[in-house]
Design a protein around this ligand. Structure first.
Ligand SMILES: Nc1ncnc2c1ncn2[C@@H]1O[C@H](COP(=O)(O)OP(=O)(O)OP(=O)(O)O)[C@@H](O)[C@H]1O
Length: 281
């Protein structure tokens, strides 16, 4: 990539959805850039269009969706490319960690095969094996035969998410879109993979889009944030500024809600009555 080129530019992207009697707009006229080394957080309530935005950037929305506008990768109009050219760019031009690991992993492929398929072409067998082990270790999974030869059904949810992250990072993409990729991870592992992602973004000038419900994760780990509501951008800018001075009533309410959380007195285990009578409103 030429120095100074912006890895990801989303320009006036709108996405409509039509099937049967349904016809509506899911994303409304979104525009933003993600610079080399930048991590952009995309937040918003369920159904606000976060995943649709990520998949639209990859040009992988199913036919019920209609996309207008442009997605540029390193200045090149990705949207206008024929599908075979876009296919070649996925993995190393633009990588993806999908939201649903079990759907994304091929049940007939081992962990090693998932990671190896995104590695740069032309590596020898020994180097491929070493790189698979390297990426497994990077995401905190054991390297070695038993993990390499495991099939997805034998993995926990958090292990599956990390295999997908390892596979995406192994492609050394210029742009990475990671959709809710820490939901099945314990807090320590979540922290470690975020540290890994930040280091990779800086080391390789990778532009990253992190899609998440988790305001805290976004607050601590992203440079910029885009808040979606009903498919519209209601806030966009440097994360610390946007979170410190929210202009939309939506983000103000969201922030107030996260601050209002007060821990409840602990319930004694093995006391079903206490659990039944507890108020979780
Ligand atoms: N394959 C599909 N067919 C029809 N409608 C869809 C499809 N995928 C998504 N939608 C609709 O598009 C809208 C945006 O969905 P999307 O998955 O992008 O939201 P989201 O913000 O990622 O939600 P979540 O946080 O729950 O993952 C929703 O109204 C959803 O119902």
């Amino acid at each position: 990539m030429t120095v100074g080129t912006i890895p990801l530019q989303v320009q006036q992207v709108s996405v409509g959805l039509s099937y049967s009697a349904t016809s509506r707009t899911v994303l409304h006229d979104l525009s933003f850039d993600v610079q080399a080394g930048e991590i952009l957080g995309v937040v918003g309530e369920s159904g606000s269009g976060k995943t649709t935005l990520g998949v639209a950037c990859l040009g992988l929305l199913p036919p019920v969706f209609h996309t207008t506008g442009r997605v540029l990768l390193a200045g090149r109009n990705f949207t206008a490319l024929p599908e075979n050219a876009r296919y070649r760019l996925r993995g190393q031009g633009i990588g993806y960690v999908p939201q649903e690991p079990m759907k994304a992993l091929n049940p007939g492929m081992t962990v090693a095969a998932h990671i190896a398929q995104t590695l740069p072409a032309g590596l020898g067998k020994k180097e491929r094996l070493e790189r698979v082990d390297y990426w497994l270790a990077q995401v905190g999974l054991p390297s070695g035969t038993s993990m390499r030869q495991a099939y997805p059904f034998a993995l926990s949810g958090g292990q599956r998410q990390r295999v997908l992250l390892a596979a995406a990072l192994a492609g050394e993409p210029a742009v990475l879109i990671a959709d809710e990729f820490t939901t099945a991870l314990d807090p320590a592992t979540r922290r470690n993979v975020m540290v890994l992602l930040k280091k990779q973004a800086q080391k390789r000038n990778m532009a990253v889009v992190v899609i998440s419900h988790d305001l805290e994760l976004v607050a601590h780990n992203t440079d910029t944030v885009l808040v979606l509501r009903g498919g519209k951008c209601v806030e966009y800018g440097p994360t610390q500024t946007v979170l410190a001075q929210p202009t939309s009533s939506y983000l103000q309410a969201l922030l107030a809600l996260s601050l209002q959380f007060t821990p409840r007195p602990p319930l004694s285990l093995f006391e079903p009555e206490a659990i039944r009578s507890a108020q979780y409103d």
